[in-house]
Ligand binder design. Structure first.
Ligand code: TXA
Ligand code: MG
Length: 317
């Protein structure tokens, strides 16, 4: 295994690997990413191959700070306000690419926009600082599968595909970043995520419109109905688990159950539930149960993003 800790030396090795066109997995506060030098099309192509990711699904480019981001995309006043309020952090902005943008066109899947994010996790920041490169990184799972929230998850998904896996322990937030597109028509949520809608609306002083959910045409190509799919079937809104099922519960009123059970948060805390979510889904998926019954989870705060992942995990494949 090439899982390594985070000594000075490991960061230099990881930075050299990126510069040489190799893939490096690293933790962010949301989930682990599978990173490549975003300036290098051959390296970026390696990400799509490693994940079996469709080429039409563009990647997020990670940058150290706002200044670096302005080398690649045009920031409207509103986009700058959002970056100012939430970077570094779990917010991804989809913005028009600059005409002379040096990023590989593959990161944008040929679109005239690019998704940018400045992560807050200290391992990700140190890697960006050491490499001095923009890093294209989707979640470090095979396409359509559960996102990894630990170095061991990355290894389970991708084996020895990354040249290096930087180990930062469990991801503190545990759900992917919120993706916002900022156009002339105003900001729009393309993917609910780790930054709750309410916090963004508070900064903007207005309501955010949403991309039309899993029924609509995919405006964000990643918004495919079936995603985050475990091997097990998923049964939502369940309060009565059946024998043979596994049971994903939430809150203090979870009914007792004999089979494999995981409570996302006994106290009913959505932040704790988010941090446990992908880990729990993975753990229950590995039991002998062929189906996971899931208790209802409230839709407010991080609950919106958890419910979004659950609906995609339950969607027909
Ligand atoms: O938290 C995260 O966002 C993690 C960490 C590693 O940063 N990354 C992540 O990447 O979740 P990925 O590739 O799994 O999801 C990126 C999402 C996809 O839904 C993709 O379609 C969307 O961002 N996206 C990227 N570029 C886009 C663009 N130019 N226009 C519209 N959507 C875009
Ligand atoms: Mg993903």
């Amino acid at each position: 295994m090439k899982i390594v800790a985070r000594s000075e030396n490991d960061f230099s090795r990881a930075a050299l690997a990126l510069a040489a066109g190799e893939l490096v997995a690293f933790p962010t506060e949301t989930v682990y990413g599978l990173g490549a030098n975003a300036l290098d099309s051959a390296a970026v192509a390696g990400i799509f191959a490693a994940k079996s990711r469709p080429r039409f699904n563009p990647l997020i480019v990670h940058v150290h700070d706002f200044g670096a981001a302005t080398e690649y995309a045009a920031f409207s006043t509103l986009a700058e306000e959002l970056a100012d309020a939430f970077w570094p952090g779990p917010l991804t902005l989809v913005l028009p690419r600059l005409e002379n943008c040096p990023l590989s066109p593959l990161v944008s899947s040929g679109l005239d926009t690019v998704a940018l994010r400045s992560p807050a996790h200290k391992v990700a920041r140190r890697l960006l600082e050491t490499a001095q490169l923009p890093i294209a990184a989707p979640s470090a799972n095979r396409s359509g599968r559960i996102s990894p929230t630990s170095a061991a998850d990355v290894h389970a998904e991708l084996g020895d595909v990354p040249a290096i896996i930087l180990d930062g322990g469990r991801c503190p937030i545990g759900l992917e970043s919120t993706v916002i597109r900022v156009t002339e028509d105003g900001p729009q949520i393309l993917r609910s995520g780790a930054l709750p809608r309410e916090e963004i609306e508070e900064v903007l002083g207005r309501k955010l419109s949403s991309f039309g959910g899993i029924e609509g045409a995919p405006l964000s190509p990643g918004q495919l109905a079936s995603h985050y799919a475990p091997d097990s079937a998923i049964r939502l809104g369940a309060t009565d688990p059946k024998p043979g099922e596994a049971f994903l519960t939430f809150g203090p009123d979870a009914p007792p159950f004999d089979g494999p059970t995981f409570n996302l948060s006994e106290s009913g805390d959505l932040q704790e539930a988010a941090a446990n979510f992908f880990h729990a889904l993975r753990a229950l998926d590995e039991t002998a149960a062929g189906s996971i019954a899931v208790m209802p989870i409230p839709f407010e705060g991080l609950g919106e993003a958890i419910n979004d992942r659950l609906q995609r995990a339950a969607a027909e494949r």
